[in-house]
Write a protein that binds this ligand. Sequence first.
Ligand SMILES: [Zn+2]
Length: 92
Amino acid sequence: MRASRHWDERRVMSMTEVEHRFGESVKPCPFCNCPVAGLWVGPSPHMTCADCGADGPTFEGSRELLEFRQHKAVKAWNGSMPRQPVFKPGVI
Ligand SMILES: [Zn+2]
């Protein structure tokens, strides 16, 4: 699937890079099921969907290292992020 949004590569870390750095494979978007999501590389790390633009929880704060907070953002996207029911007309 091709992502419909175009990221600024300097701002969003690709899934490949996320896997390489954190050893986590990125799960599909819980909202639109798009398999492509990236990690926002900024002061408030969070995952962002390439298709619908959904964002995972952000992890702010300066007490923890940025890299540690980035890792938590990836984990949140992969597991503990609340999943809302999605209406799929094709399923019914
Ligand atoms: Zn999405």
